[in-house]
Design a protein around this ligand. Structure first.
Ligand code: NDP
Ligand code: 2IT
Length: 448
């Protein structure tokens, strides 16, 4: 543990001991604790009040059975989770992930990251995360609806506008939020839009929430480029994944003058050297719910690389937007060698610790997920503001607010990194800046 300050190392050992087998959670905790040595030296009260130990222990963890019937009438059983991590800055806030790989360690890593991310937004939201090992792939709309209804039949008692406000993540988009909102309304007999975000536009949703994570991530990378007197104009870009975050990252890159040549899904990579046709990708993914391989059926010049590795394609800007640990040390070396000058994480923890080290050593502009992808949850908080005021804002107004928030997160991370003697290191900037606000609130609230 060469990088963790001596005063903190024991706390990390304790996390390993108390949370056996939760490797993604360990990884997320270590990455934050590595940044905190100088913070506890400057603020000894954080050590005295055991703030780090308390932050590493979720306030509440809920695990529940989710029984449902498939279209054949067969009974299926999944496991549901909601980890309410930290409420010192506001109600627990964070998405729900439906993916077969989900287990407690994934939800806890996401919930832990969410606390610092939400703190960075500057908005009054605490951190939480939830989900299920349910696999929406290949399920009918009716099956997804029955699953969502069963999931909400347990979850509803734990959430609320002032308590815990879930949203989407992998496998959870507008359709799933709709089914869950309907069930919440039915069980509680309350039309309470503030209980979920990512809602449809006619029933309490906010303009720009669909686009927010991808747009926000691209705004953040744009700021990193600006800080180096550079821009997106003419840059060749890669965006992994082809879901919500990937699609709107590609859209904003194109608006800012970059050219995105490849995206992917868990089966393969689509490479179009002319620049991706985003209307076609939206049609395939958002409307037809099919695979990216179909792109090459319409555009014969494009290449589909089954089982391919997107990071082998030369680029100047890479924006991983699929899932955790999708860029390893070797991929990072390839990216840097091929001339990549900026990496912005749309996904949560998409780069392994070895990969992060390669980017930091190469001194390229590297934006960690908790800063770069904070635009999604920030716009969820804007949706909560509109719901509380029974208001709805225009697209332009909301997008401007999102952009201002991302510019602000960038400058806070940038300045904090300088203040702590690590100029250009957004990992240190984001971790310290996100942590201090939570820690101060926890000290103020006493031992709770
Ligand atoms: P979607 O479900 O819309 O899309 C996920 C995409 O990533 C799909 O293309 C999927 O491919 C791919 N993917 C998912 N899991 C894996 C895996 N294990 N291996 C390979 N590919 C995978 O999710 P989102 O776009 O919403 O989320 C993408 C990332 O962004 C996640 O890390 C999420 O936590 C993060 N994020 C999302 C926010 C949001 O507002 N939605 C906000 C902030 C971060 P396939 O279809 O083959 O599974
Ligand atoms: O990881 C994330 O920040 C999200 N999935 C969005 C959470 C939210 O509450 O909008």
């Amino acid at each position: 543990m060469a990088h963790v300050d001596q005063k903190i190392e024991g706390m990390y050992q304790e996390v390993l001991k108390r949370n056996p087998g939760e490797t993604e959670f360990h990884q997320a905790v270590l990455e934050v604790l590595e940044s905190l040595g100088p913070v506890v030296s400057k603020h000894p009260q954080f050590l005295e009040r055991k703030i780090i130990q308390r932050i590493c222990e979720p306030e509440r963890q809920i695990i529940f059975r989710v029984p449902w019937q498939d279209d054949k009438g067969e009974v299926q059983i999944n496991r549901g989770f909601r980890v309410e991590f930290n409420s010192s800055l506001g109600p627990y806030k964070g998405g729900l992930r439906f993916h077969p790989s989900v287990y407690l360690g994934i939800i806890k890593f996401l919930g832990f990251e969410q606390c610092f991310k939400n703190s960075l937004t500057g908005l009054p939201i605490g951190g939480g995360k939830g989900g299920s090992d349910f696999d929406p792939k290949g399920k009918s709309d009716d099956e997804v609806m029955r699953f969502c209804q069963s999931f909400m039949t347990e979850l509803y008692r734990h959430i609320g506008e002032h308590t815990d406000v879930p949203a989407g993540d992998i496998g959870v988009g507008g359709r799933e939020i709709g089914y869950m909102f309907g069930q919440y309304k039915r069980i509680t007999n309350r039309y309470e839009p503030g209980v979920l975000t990512g809602k449809g536009l006619t029933w309490g949703g906010s303009l720009v929430r669909t686009e927010a994570t991808g747009y926000g991530a691209t705004f953040f990378v744009n700021e990193m480029l600006k800080a180096r007197k550079d821009s997106f104009a003419g840059k060749t870009c890669l965006v992994s994944g082809s879901g919500n975050v990937a699609i709107y990252t590609i859209e904003k890159i194109h608006q800012l003058g970059g050219k995105c040549v490849a995206c992917s899904d868990s089966n393969g990579v689509i490479y179009d050297e002319k620049g991706l046709d985003l209307d076609l990708i939206k049609q395939i993914k958002e409307v037809e719910r099919r695979r990216v391989s179909d792109y090459a059926k319409t555009h014969k010049h494009a290449k589909y690389i089954a089982g391919g590795n997107i990071w082998d394609i030369p680029c100047q800007v890479a924006m991983p937007s699929a899932t955790q640990n999708e860029i390893n040390g070797k991929d990072a070396v390839t990216l840097v060698k091929n001339g990549c000058i900026a990496v912005g994480e749309g996904a949560n923890m998409p780069t392994t610790p070895e990969g992060v080290k390669v980017f930091l050593d190469a001194k390229i502009a590297y934006g960690p997920g908790k800063a770069t992808n904070a635009g999604g949850v920030a716009t969820s908080a804007l949706e909560m503001q509109q719901n509380a005021g029974r208001d709805s804002w225009t697209f332009e107004y909301t997008e401007k607010k999102l952009e201002d928030i991302m510019v602000n997160i960038h400058s806070n991370c940038f300045e904090t990194a300088e203040e702590y003697g690590a100029p250009g290191n957004y990992v240190i900037g984001a971790n310290i800046c996100g942590f201090i606000k939570i820690a101060n609130a926890m000290v103020a609230h006493g031992l709770v």
